[in-house]
Design a protein around this ligand. Structure first.
Ligand code: GLU
Length: 383
């Protein structure tokens, strides 16, 4: 009954642990959940109000495939002004972020093409590439270089079959942030070898310590070969809205647009009005959430310092820590063990690739009280 192409695709490791934590809670366990990367804040009120107003005004019908014109314009303005990407409104497609990743890979990767992507990396990149018939080539990142994807690592992996380099900065699961030099070096490789770049920048606003996010599509000569993807989920606490965007040069935009037309048609109409409010109203809510994430990061790093069996350098962005642990269990067993014994839910590092083994991903997009209690439980369990 099931098509061959899906047989080797694994379940999403993050979603699986989230669901398991939910089941345990339903059984009455007092689980502290560090599983899924989802801000615990409510979507800011003005965004909710804008979507409600749209519903009240009957904005419940089809739009054109690429999305609400005013929202596309607002995204283009931001991509140009804040990211330095030389795009026009016509390069912007509104679509759920994950859908953007899936469509971009489907529209560019032929069977047998090689896709270089970080390892560890977010759980869904590899399945998307596999579904397209591509071959995943892991660019292993190291703790000692802050889990950044280094141009010299990528250079060694390029072959005549390489089609795409996939980037994700700030990164899930490591919280690494690419430097300007990293981005420049990878851009040079992409140009020299005529490669497509998919740059997932969904955590672009969640960077700490005064660091700056760099978009590779802003590098000279890169716009024509790059699809930049971002969204509302993480920046505006809008995970359930399923709303994001991609910015692509015309030929790629057209190819991706066909998949959008033949799959979801377009992103939900009234949700797009919420997205418009998110981008065009003052950004104080974003600043407040990022400040809170930064404080939580400092708190979790301080508490982790008291657990001798966990080792982790301070991440620079996103809302994850990815410590290495001491212990004989593999990371999946360890995650299940901690759920059972400590009632702490997190994701085993191997869900993010082979290089994630012996690590745990802790999402600290949850309140400080939870962080304190969860880390105290982990300390006890590791002791
Ligand atoms: N990206 C988030 C995570 O890694 C949300 C889950 C998902 O969509 O995979 O936890």
């Amino acid at each position: 009954m099931i098509a061959d192409r899906i047989k080797n695709v694994k379940d999403s490791g993050t979603m699986r642990m989230k669901e398991l934590a939910g089941q345990k809670k339903a059984e009455g366990k007092k689980i502290i959940s560090f599983t899924v990367g989802e801000p615990d804040f409510d979507t800011p009120k003005h965004i909710v109000e804008a979507a409600k107003k749209a519903l009240d005004e009957g904005k419940t019908r089809y739009l054109d495939g690429p999305g609400l014109p005013a929202l596309r314009e607002a995204i283009a303005k931001r991509a140009k002004g804040e990211n330095g990407i030389p795009c026009e409104t016509s390069n912007v497609m509104v679509t759920p972020t994950k859908q953007a990743i899936f469509m971009t890979i489907m529209a560019t990767v032929n069977p047998g093409d090689e896709v270089i992507m970080p390892d560890p990396a977010w759980v869904s990149y590899e399945p998307c590439a596999t579904l397209a018939g591509g071959r995943v080539v892991p660019a292993v990142t190291k703790e000692e270089s802050g889990f950044r994807v280094l141009p010299e690592t990528v250079a060694e992996l390029i072959t005549p079959k390489t089609k795409m380099i996939l980037l994700n900065s700030p990164s899930n699961p490591c919280g690494s942030v690419a430097t300007k030099d990293d981005i420049k070096g990878i851009a040079d490789l992409a140009k020299d070898h005529d490669l497509v770049v998919l740059s997932d920048e969904v955590y672009e606003k969640i960077v700490f310590d005064g660091l700056k996010h760099h978009s590779i599509a802003a590098e000279p000569g890169m716009f024509d070969r790059t699809v930049t993807i971002s969204g509302f989920s993480k920046t505006y606490a809008m995970t359930g809205w399923r709303l994001g965007w991609l910015v692509a040069p015309k030929p790629l935009f057209k190819a991706v647009g066909k998949i959008q037309q033949h799959s979801i048609t377009h992103a939900t109409t009234f949700a797009q009005y919420g997205g418009l409010a998110a981008l065009t109203e003052p950004q104080d809510c974003v600043n407040a959430m990022v400040k809170e994430f930064s404080e939580r990061r400092d708190l979790i790093m301080r508490l982790m310092g008291d657990i001798p069996q966990l080792h982790c350098d301070t991440p620079k962005g996103a809302f994850y820590v990815f410590p290495r642990y001491e212990g004989k269990m593999d990371s999946e067993q360890m995650a299940l063990h901690l759920m059972d014994k400590a009632e702490v839910a997190l994701t085993g590092g191997s869900a993010f690739g082979g290089a994630g083994e012996q690590h745990l991903r802790i999402s600290y997009a949850t309140g400080k009280k939870n962080i304190e209690e969860g880390m105290a439980r982990l300390k006890k369990a590791f002791a």
